[in-house]
Write a protein that binds this ligand. Structure first.
Ligand code: 5CA
Ligand code: ZN
Length: 427
């Protein structure tokens, strides 16, 4: 699929000290060096994309800005980044919203994807190298599910009575048999009780009769009359379950193993757990991500900002009301990715003030002047980001620099360039 337009990333004229970026890995609960895990000078990143039934809110934006900073830190360290993002362009919530609003689900998806692109461009988020739709990935899902059935790690289950099946459908859904997968649970580390508590709310179907384990994830939904469906070869007409799209897209575009799987904490279970266990069922335990990195939920008015709850601040709406996208980006960067926080006007006001302070300092900077303070500011910026993406610490470093400039220090052009390259903020 087409993706959004990219922006230039300036190269910094001072050498990197080779320190790897370390991030918190949900699976091991520890800080781990990430990037370059294949030893070929590349860093491979997969981030779960949007389900395009509503416009980008600040929670989504926080997630994509966080992984954008990771990509920028990797690039600065000399790694070539391969970045893959999916878009869940067919799934239950999208179909339900299209039905509610009386529009075609494809039209809704393409409208929201267009808006998302505009938001990402405005926020100067670097686009993925491969932006892949769930629909586009269906042939790979089909062959993956066929392989799992052949291996005996998946099973068929008849569609419940009273649900009319579509023409060309077999009338049998397919589930993964979790009992065959010893690695299940390795990503989240959750107990069964914890898993059961959220499974139904997060797209699972624990009450479906006949499942071997209530947590078994749906791999293939046999076509139902009135729902969109695709050719599933031996699986008949139908559509893939949610998690399989990320297992197969990541494997096709990044290979069996890759550096980081990212998304918000709401995806730890079941989505990332299931994507990983499905990949393990397909290709073995060392397949899939070496580290799982999660952005904490951004809230509003005491709850998680979410499309289903409707308590949203939309990036597009803020932009339309005249807010500088660079101030939105700075507001998001002012909070560390692993800490939950709430969006307030105050967070935005502080970002607007900070942007003004930085821009005043930048306006006084001569492009090719490299001062000692400029140099040490850049080193501090790098060091903060390599330490589990400490963006508030990185912002402090630039604040200190801007304050010295305001007090009469000569301004080094190096700092605005580093702010652009590493933080993605154009001054
Ligand atoms: N399409 C699936 C992933 S395959 C999905 O979760 N789509 S989404 O539109 O619901 O979310 C897109 C991304 O934003 C996901 O990585 C999700 O974890 C993240 N996200 C959603 N809500 C928030 C929030 N309130 N704060 C931070 N990140 C969020
Ligand atoms: Zn995903």
């Amino acid at each position: 699929m087409m993706t959004w337009s990219t922006t230039d990333v300036p190269r910094l004229p001072i050498d990197h000290d080779g320190r790897p970026v370390r991030v918190h890995d949900t699976a091991t609960g520890s800080l781990v060096p990430v990037g370059g895990g294949d030893g070929d000078g590349r860093a491979r990143l997969y981030v779960c994309g949007i389900t395009p039934y509503d416009a980008t809110h600040l929670g989504h934006a926080a997630t994509y800005v966080t992984f954008d900073v990771l990509q920028r830190a990797w690039r600065d360290a000399g790694l070539q980044v391969t970045y893959v993002q999916n878009v869940t362009d067919v799934d239950e919530p999208l179909l339900e919203r299209a039905e509610r609003d009386g529009i075609d689900w494809r039209e809704l998806a393409s409208r929201e994807i267009g808006l998302f692109f505009e938001d990402m461009e405005a926020l100067r988020v670097l686009p993925p190298d491969h932006y892949v739709g769930a629909v586009e990935g269906i042939p790979d899902d089909v062959s993956a599910v066929e392989r799992l059935l052949a291996a005996g790690t998946a099973y068929r289950l008849a569609v419940p009575d009273g649900e009319p099946v579509a023409e060309g459908a077999t009338g049998e859904d397919v589930y993964l048999d979790l009992a065959t997968q010893p690695s299940f649970g390795a990503v989240s580390g959750w107990s069964r009780a914890e898993m059961m508590e959220v499974f139904a709310d997060r797209g699972g179907d624990p009450d479906r009769e006949g499942k071997r384990d209530p947590l078994d994830p749906l791999l293939w939904r046999s076509g139902r009359a009135g729902e969109p469906h695709w050719d599933g070869a031996s699986l008949g007409q139908g559509r893939p379950g949610w998690h399989i799209e990320c297992s197969t897209i990541a494997q096709r575009y990044l290979g069996a193993a890759f550096d980081v799987q990212g998304g918000g904490t709401d995806l730890v279970f079941p989505h990332h757990e299931m994507s990983a266990v499905q990949a393990a069922a397909l290709c073995g335990d060392d397949c899939f991500a070496r580290a799982y990195v999660h952005q904490a939920m951004v809230g509003l008015d005491g709850g998680k900002m979410s499309k289903s709850r409707g308590n949203l601040v939309l990036v597009s709406r803020l932009r339309a009301s005249g807010v500088d996208p660079m101030a939105i980006r700075l507001a998001l960067l002012s909070k560390r990715y692993r800490t939950e926080w709430e969006w307030t006007d105050q967070v935005l006001r502080e970002a607007v003030e900070r942007l003004e302070l930085w821009r005043r300092a930048s306006d006084m900077a001569a492009h090719d002047t490299v001062t000692e303070i400029g140099r040490s500011t850049v080193l501090r910026l790098r060091e903060r980001l390599a330490d589990d993406l400490d963006t508030p610490g990185a912002l402090d470093a630039v604040d200190d620099w801007a304050t010295t400039v305001a007090a009469g220090e000569p301004a080094s052009g190096l700092v605005p360039r580093a702010v652009d390259a590493l933080l993605g903020v154009q001054l």
